[in-house]
Design a protein around this ligand. Structure first.
Ligand SMILES: Cc1ncc(COP(=O)(O)O)c(C=O)c1O
Length: 356
């Protein structure tokens, strides 16, 4: 029996284990110095004035919407093809997620579709750099009036950049995830980056029950804190961000060389750097390919969700671009430790299906 090939595998080692052990020995498991250390490292990597660590990418999105005081009566434009948390964060603030179709080749928002969805109630756009591919930022900015906030869902875009500017420094606020399928992982975790001190303060208040300081709570909040124990896991990975991205670029190149003549392979726009959260190809007979890979012990997965096909958003649509992406997208095993022979095994199964 050949070894299974994992969909994802965190790139963590002795340094992560040592820092976690240090936190355990200190007795300060949460609300200590490691939180600030992680936040400084992230703000440095992204190039923003502020970064606030939170308990998940979903919490980051929720806090971004709350910080902008978006609520009942407001609308936020969300791509119809994305992880559901992008829209859920809007709806659970009492605002309406207005879904718009995506370009099925890039999986990203189409600026013209965004412009067509704007109403006087539109407060923000959730610009999702899906799977790590940067959104065409200037086109999006041109399509949207200045008083509409651009929020980056950069859950999978740490390390990515749009024409030299890091994802996370493009929007008024940006949301990251540190889930294990992301380039930097803390198990569960996330962060919000921004240049605006007032928004950073609001994020910090809402993540910590609403406290401004002890005894001062102008609005209610949540516990969305990321503990020191998990920050300790993320700090060494953030220090190695360039190395981790380089390793992911190597694997992405390996797949593209093998597969570009058989299936639609992913890439970044001209002048941009892909963050390679995932390597997602597109092909007809995707379900057959998924089943064949799994039968060979190769973990693969669908790309993500067409939201209007879920009960929560079924009244939205139609979105033919999102439908096409949902039906054809296939996420291949993707992590820094994949070997050439493992890439060959994946390729063999896929080319067999495509050429049948
Ligand atoms: C585009 C996008 N947004 C948000 C999230 C939510 O992040 P988390 O799982 O850390 O809550 C994810 C997670 O996969 C995602 O892919």
């Amino acid at each position: 029996m050949t070894e299974p090939i994992r969909l994802a595998k965190p790139d963590v080692g002795e340094r992560e284990a040592a820092l976690v052990a240090e936190v355990l020995a200190s007795g300060q498991l949460t609300m200590g110095a490691k939180v600030e250390e992680l936040e400084r490292a992230l703000a440095g990597a992204v190039g923003t004035a502020h970064a606030a660590a939170v308990s998940s990418g979903t919490a980051a999105l929720h806090l971004a919407v709350l910080a902008l005081e978006i609520g009942p009566g407001d609308e936020v434009v969300v791509p119809a093809y994305t992880f559901p948390a992008t829209a859920n964060a809007v709806e659970l603030c009492g605002a309406r997620a207005v879904l718009v179709d995506v370009d099925p080749d890039t999986f990203l928002l189409k600026p013209a579709a965004v412009a067509a969805a704007l109403t006087p109630r539109t407060r923000a756009i959730m610009a999702v750099h899906l799977f790590g591919r940067p959104v065409a930022w200037e086109e999006l900015q041109t399509a949207v009036p200045q008083d509409v906030a651009l929020i980056e869902d950069a859950a999978g875009a740490l390390g990515a950049s749009y024409r030299g500017t890091p994802c996370g420094a493009l929007g008024v606020l940006a949301c990251f995830s540190f889930h294990p399928r992301k380039i930097v992982t803390t198990g569960e975790g996330g962060a919000v980056t921004t240049d605006e001190a007032g928004l950073d303060a609001a994020v910090r208040r809402f993540r910590h029950h609403g406290w401004v300081e002890v005894g001062e709570m102008p609005t209610p909040g949540f516990n969305y804190r990321l503990p020191d124990l998990l920050c300790a896991l993320g700090i060494p990975q953030l220090e190695r961000l360039e190395e981790l991205l380089g390793a992911r670029e190597r694997v992405a190149r390996g797949y593209t060389e093998r597969l570009e003549h058989f299936v639609l392979t992913p890439s970044a726009g001209d002048g941009d750097r892909h963050g390679w959260q995932a390597y997602v190809v597109q092909l007809d007979r995707r379900d057959e390919a998924l089943a064949a890979l799994r039968a060979e012990g190769i973990e693969a997965q669908i790309g993500t969700w067409a939201l209007h096909r879920l009960g929560a958003y079924h009244s939205h649509g139609p979105f033919p671009g999102a439908d096409r992406a949902f039906e054809r997208a296939l996420a291949l095993p993707f992590h820094t430790q994949l070997t050439d022979s493992e890439l060959d095994r994946v390729t063999e199964v896929l080319t067999h299906i495509v050429s049948k």
